[in-house]
Design a protein around this ligand. Sequence first.
Ligand code: PGA
Length: 255
Amino acid sequence: MKSTSIRMKPLIAANWKMNKSIKEADSFIKEFNKFCDSNTADIVICPPFTIMPSLSGMIKGTGIKLGSQNMHFEERGAFTGEISPLMVRELNCEYVIIGHSERRQYFKEDDALINKKVKSALNHGLKPILCVGETLEQRQSKSAMKVIKNQIAGCLNNVDKYEMKNIVIAYEPVWAIGTGKNATPEQAQEVHAYIKKLLSEIYSDSIASKVRIIYGGSVKPENAKELLSMKDIYGALVGGASLDAKSFAAICNSV
Ligand code: PGA
C-alpha cells in the first residue's frame, strides 16, 4: 500500500519506439482490449508519428490515451524532420515523452534542450513524461544520484510550481533499457525516493507528493507487480514488452 494520503492514479505508458505499421497497431488495439481489464491506471500509448492519426481513432472510447515520443520546442519553422507541439496536439495527444535516453544518446539532446521542450510542452497543454537515468558506468562509479540530481535540476529549470502536477518523471536507468535486466524494486525505490526528495527541496513536500514518478527499463509481466508495489513507484514506461498486446495488458492489469 502506498503511504501517501492522496493515492495517485498509476500511469502505464507504452513506448513503441520505431516499431509497428498502422495494420499492426490495429490488431494490437483489438487484442489489447480483450485482455486488459485495468480500470485503475492511466494507460498511454506512444506510437511512431505515422500511426498517431489512425491510433487516435482506434482508441476512441477505450480510455487509452495518446502520447508522442518526442517533439520540437518551437511551434513551426525550418526544422526538417521535426514535429511541433501544435501538430501533436491536433491529434488529441495528451502526453509527450521528453529526454528519453535514446534521444540523449543518439541525437545528442542535453538537459538545456530538454528543459526547453518540457516548458514548451506545458505551454501547449501537453503532459511531459520527462526521462532521467544513469548509465552503467555512472552507477558503478557511485555517481548515479549526482547524475539524477543534475538532470532534474537542469530539465526542470524555471518550471513553475503550478505546472508540476502535469509532469510525470520516468526514472529509466540506461543500463536497464532494452537489456532484459531491470533495476531491482529496491534499487528503483531508492532512486524514486531520492527524486521525490529533490522535488520537495526545489518545490515543496506537497508538490512533490503530486508528481507521478514512474519506472522504466525492462518492465515485463513477470516483474511489473513487484516494481509497481513499491512505495514511490507510480507506474511504468514500457518499451519491448509493450509491443505485444497480451504482455502490455498483463502489465496494466498488475496495478
Ligand atoms: P524497455 O524500454 O522496456 O524495452 O527496456 C523502456 C524504454 O526505453 O522506455
